[in-house]
Ligand binder design. Structure first.
Ligand SMILES: [Zn+2]
Length: 443
């Protein structure tokens, strides 16, 4: 069903890289952007949306979420997770299945995607899983997934690669199949040594149990092995300034290397995370220190990382409320991506354009999504209207994703999305999803 054509007038338009004041944008009946310019005249029968200076942004691209479907929908699911995405201004998710069944074949990926049509409110693509079992299947995944996910270091309880021969075999196979690798980088041996040496007081500090050196060493090893075998490597959720700089330097040297960080590494310190109740900020990699936060902010400000992904990883609060060692890692955050991104710019002083590019154009380019993450003629009309001056206090119960708790509860944030369009259809307005789920698989 085609949407009527629509004209958005008088907005402050962010095109994925920069702002353009007082600009109009037309969406055609096929849900694509047909024109951008000032003084566009309404056509007969056209729906007109007056923006009165509000922001008009491309739908955000979250390149790192866990929606836990299939297999663990008691914790989340695409219906609730994608409703949370719209609340956060996100219209495209790249999603990692980190609970069984892992995405170790094209058949499993296709079965998963078929099950999500009519369920997801946003466009979506699951990553493949880079495991030993997936190796014979990798060639069939090429071009059908954004990348394949490799866990270097244990994170989810599902194991993880902790020896270099295995890493080399997996990376070689991905390189041979021509598929980008996305990696969780933490070194198991360093984490085990930290745990063995910790006093009782230290053993409840997540930043000490998963120390800075575990990420830095793992990134060094992954960069070296990727270089040796000719693999295209993307490091996810970088939590240390040194790790971020290693990735940026390798990229600057012309290597096929890239990386993203996450909002919490840009907004929160280890001390604040430790003080939070219910292990709410317990996440892997652990949240590090002010100098890591500041170093990562500088890399994002300079466009030297390829984006910010939430790592939305929901768990029921009663599980997070267990004693530290038994509480699962990860927390929900996709519901707040746009306001958190604006807070990163506000608190760091980085240009707003740099922060917004990190959740729009940069991740779209990184994962080859040419019709997403930007406002340009021919791109999908995935649009977000937000009032930059409206400040709200985060109320965790009101968030649409399943958990109904947030480590950001009580924070004052601005620029919550007021309305969202997906390929020309309005799908969200004033806090509520509108219409049936329209999300489509990408790739
Ligand atoms: Zn993750």
């Amino acid at each position: 069903m085609a949407a009527p054509s629509s004209l958005f007038r008088g907005g402050r338009l962010f095109d994925g890289r920069g702002f353009v004041d007082a600009t109009d944008l037309r969406v055609d009946a096929d849900g694509r952007i047909a024109a951008i310019g000032s003084g566009l005249e309404a056509q007969p029968g056209e729906q007109v949306v007056d923006l009165d200076g509000a922001w008009l942004l491309p739908g955000l691209v979250d390149c790192h979420v866990h929606f836990r479907e299939p297999g663990l929908v008691r914790k989340e699911g695409y219906l609730t997770g994608s409703a949370g995405a719209l609340h956060g201004g996100v219209t495209t998710v790249l999603e990692i299945q980190n609970n069984p069944p892992l995405m170790e074949s094209l058949e499993l990926l296709q079965e998963k995607m078929r099950g999500l049509v009519g369920v997801s409110h946003v466009d979506f693509a699951p990553y493949g899983s880079l495991t030993e079992a997936a190796l014979p299947q990798l060639a069939t995944m090429a071009g059908r997934v954004p990348a394949v996910k490799c866990f270097l270091g244990c994170s989810t309880g599902a194991g993880g690669v902790d020896d270099e021969p295995t890493m080399r075999r997996l990376f070689s196979a991905a390189a041979a199949a021509g598929i980008k690798i996305v990696a969780h980088c933490e070194d198991n041996a360093i984490m085990q040594a930290a745990a063995a040496a910790a006093s009782a007081d230290q053993a409840v500090r997540h930043d000490l149990m998963r120390p800075r050196s575990s990420e830095v060493q793992s990134i060094r090893d992954a960069l070296r092995v990727a270089d040796e075998v000719g693999a295209d490597l993307h490091v996810f959720h970088i939590s240390t300034a040194e790790g971020g700089r290693l990735v940026a330097e390798a990229r600057a040297a012309g290597r096929a290397v890239s990386g993203t960080t996450a909002p919490h590494y840009l907004l929160v310190t280890a001390e604040e995370a430790h003080a939070a109740a219910h292990n709410r900020f317990k996440v892997n990699p652990s949240i590090k220190y002010a100098e890591d936060r500041d170093g990562l902010r500088a890399l994002v400000a300079d466009g030297l990382l390829q984006g910010i992904g939430t790592d939305h990883a929901p768990h029921p609060l009663e599980e997070k409320d267990r004693p530290y060692a038994k509480a699962p890692s990860g927390f929900p955050s996709i519901d707040l991506l746009l306001p958190l991104t604006v807070a990163i710019a506000d608190e760091s002083g980085m240009p707003l354009e740099a922060a917004l590019a990190a959740v729009t154009a940069l991740p779209a380019e990184e994962f080859g999504l040419t019709s997403k993450g930007r406002l340009a003629v021919g791109a999908d009309a995935d649009l977000v209207i937000a009032d930059p001056d409206e400040v709200r206090t985060v109320d965790e119960i009101s968030l649409p994703s399943k958990s109904k708790w947030s480590p950001y509860h009580g924070r004052r944030l601005r620029a919550f999305p007021r309305a969202v369009w997906l390929r020309g259809h309005q799908v969200y307005a004033d806090g509520a999803v509108s219409g049936d789920p329209r999300g489509r698989p990408l790739y």
